[in-house]
Write a protein that binds this ligand. Sequence first.
Ligand code: MTE
Length: 344
Amino acid sequence: MKPAVEIFPQTPHIDAMANTIVPPPWRIPESAVTPESVHRNRRRFLRDLGFGAAGTLALASAGNGYSQSAVPSTAAGTNAAGTGRYPARRNPDFDPKWKLSDEKTAATYNNYYEFSTQKDRVHRLVDGFVITPWPVEIYGLCEKPWKGDLNELIAEFGLEERIYRFRCVEAWAMIVPWTGFPLAKLLEKVVPKSDAKFVRFETVARPTQMPAYTRLVSNGYPLPYNEGLRIDEAMHPLTLVATGIYGKALPKQHGAPARLVVPWKYGYKSIKSIVKIELISRQPATLWETLAPDEYPFESNVNPTVPHPRWSQATERMIDTGDRVPTQPYNGYGEAVAKLYKKS
Ligand code: MTE
């Protein structure tokens, strides 16, 4: 059923308009110019990872540290859980020295429909969302299904920090330091069976703590929010279970206490507040694909040459500076992931 609430109603229209108004050649900001030394280092770590020479992303000459005080300390939605775990060690293999997006902007411009469809309101509505304890279940086509608390997984796998680009289907983007562990570690723990071809993820269903939940359901949204990946996408070393951002536990509006981050796909694949992970043999029906298959297909790799039916995907707007930059195929991670999509 087509929902009565408009799907991704806000930014796209503005962005779509901007895409029309701002003609090529694209204005690449000063900060996007890659200093040679950074470029060389980056090539080295990407090469070590098998990423090859992916030198096309916006790099900054400035360091990529973040200020511990930059996050609104009074901000609704800050997450006290995990004290002592953050900041985690930054993994040098994922430290491309990009200039980070502003932390406060990222924390106050969120897509979390269960709370609100207005990005600037989500962070004000998350206070009543309870995230401790956080039971997680991994089940389905695996030898060792697992049920327990998120904290046990964090204790087992440890945490690391990685700097990733993040690209929403609405044509906005940010560069953020996530903290988490590779999803592959969790999947290896449960030992997938050979017929496990897909992984399905589900967000917690808390109508009483999520103010927009009931309205969304009555408007035809098939909640709980769910998403899916192919097993090879889920096992890819870039796919992260994030529990923190900017050196702290995830604020609730970012999907506390644990969310997915799949940096080469549009942001809606990066499902928040995960409680269930199921290994299955067939491609699952996902929330956005069910609502609008032409607009939000299952695969949803970032691709500047395939416009969304209602707006261009050729460029993106950085959420904090407003700079409009060209969109990269696979969000710049092509050297690492394009091989997953080679037709044999
Ligand atoms: N997960 C849930 N459960 N609900 C949502 O509405 N929105 C998705 C994704 N995960 C969403 C979700 C979309 S569209 C985007 S772009 C990102 O979360 C936004 O993540 P951020 O708010 O941390 O930037």
